[in-house]
Write a protein that binds this ligand. Structure first.
Ligand code: NAD
Length: 341
């Protein structure tokens, strides 16, 4: 890969992790970084990423950042198509390809057909590629499932389950998953929309069904509290026995009343406190049947950072327009590009 100039938009947990990974690689140059908070402006990106200075000053001004003429923008700011669309359009107008980890961008048509088509048109006009990816949605409960169907002569039903530990995450995740509240507060939070569970089931279902050529006419999602029997403690929250340790979120996709896809994502803090193992599981009822289990779970943070960075060569060389993980070649690691190997 000839040297790719990368801009990072958003320097939270994921964006700064992407900076650390990129700064350890050959043939990739981080040329600019955009933060929202003014405290980060003017600081060196290397320092923000916990490394030595690298000579890239963080800015809060996108115009200034794009003076560096990046080939590609990595966007790690928000979850919804609506929120990231202005950033994607800005990057496209500057002739940069885009990779974003916004969950809804894994299959953006599920959230907003109009905005997705607008992004697609602009990307084609500018000769650029836009991809939404991540650990989930983006990989475990969609791309990996699609790849596993590749050895099936027939696929009748798909069951995917990701059991993960939320303990490493911060206050925003605790709030949106309802961790630490009473079961009554959980019910009220679901009602008000403050507790949302997993973002991305519709995207994963649509990605799988589009890849397999399945028409889906109904998707039913359910969220219920995971009530803890014991006290569970993380850096940010203590869950008393009888209170909520997380959210068991499921999605079932149907055609003509027949279930074709069942996805489960029970997310909770410290599952080990009740002897629950984490893991990623895929079961395909097909010919042949396929059963895959990865234990423990693939870590969500590292996995997201890596897949966003590893997709860079495939996006740079990808087809014009708004694409999905199912439109690009199989994802792969880039160990040959890590410095000093
Ligand atoms: P975070 O809250 O740690 O970081 C987000 C950062 O973006 C913050 O530093 C914020 O100040 C910055 N930001 C927001 N708007 C900005 C703007 N206009 N300009 C510049 N910076 C801006 O969150 P995170 O863990 O880094 O995740 C980022 C997003 O990616 C979240 O929405 C998260 O839900 C999503 N995500 C998706 C996946 C996946 O599997 N698809 C995985 C992890 C995270």
């Amino acid at each position: 890969m000839s040297e790719v100039r990368v801009l990072i938009w958003g320097l939270g947990a994921m964006g700064s992790g992407m900076a650390r990974m990129l700064l350890s690689m050959e043939n990739v140059r981080v040329v600019a970084a955009i933060a929202r908070r003014s405290e980060k402006a003017g600081r060196d990106l290397g320092e923000i990423a916990g490394l030595s200075p690298v000579g890239v000053k963080v800015t809060t001004d996108p115009e200034e950042a794009f003076h560096s003429k990046p080939d590609l923008a990595l966007i790690a700011t928000h979850s919804s198509v609506k929120e990231v669309a202005p950033q994607i359009k800005h990057a496209l107008k500057e002739h940069a390809d885009v990779i974003t980890i916004a969950e809804e961008m894994a299959y953006p048509w599920a959230a907003s057909e109009e905005l997705s088509n607008e992004i697609d048109r602009l990307a084609r006009k500018q000769g650029n590629t836009v991809l939404g990816t991540g650990i989930n949605p983006g990989f475990i409960l969609d791309t990996l499932i699609i790849a596993l169907t590749g050895i099936c002569r027939e696929v009748r039903h798909i069951h995917g389950k990701r059991v993960n530990n939320l303990a490493p995450f911060g206050p925003t995740v605790m709030r949106t998953q309802g961790v630490g509240v009473t079961p009554e507060e959980f019910a009220a939070g679901l009602e008000s929309g403050e507790i949302v569970g997993h973002i991305g089931f519709r995207q994963s279902v649509m990605l799988i069904s589009k890849a397999l050529g399945w028409e889906i006419d109904d998707i039913v999602e359910e969220r219920e509290p995971i009530v803890s029997r014991v006290e569970r403690k993380t850096k940010y929250v203590t869950v008393a026995p009888g209170n909520v340790a997380g959210c068991r979120h499921t999605a079932r996709a149907y055609r003509g009343g027949k279930e074709l896809i069942f996805l489960e994502h029970p997310q909770q803090v410290c599952p080990e406190d009740e002897d629950i193992n984490t893991g990623d599981y895929i079961a395909i009822d097909g010919d042949p049947p396929v059963k895959m289990a990865i234990e423990p779970e693939i870590p969500g943070g590292i996995g997201t950072i890596a897949i966003a960075v590893n997709m860079i060569p495939l996006v740079i060389n990808g087809p014009r327009g708004l694409v999905t993980m199912a439109d690009l070649p199989v994802p792969r690691g880039l160990p040959g590009l890590i410095k000093n190997q």
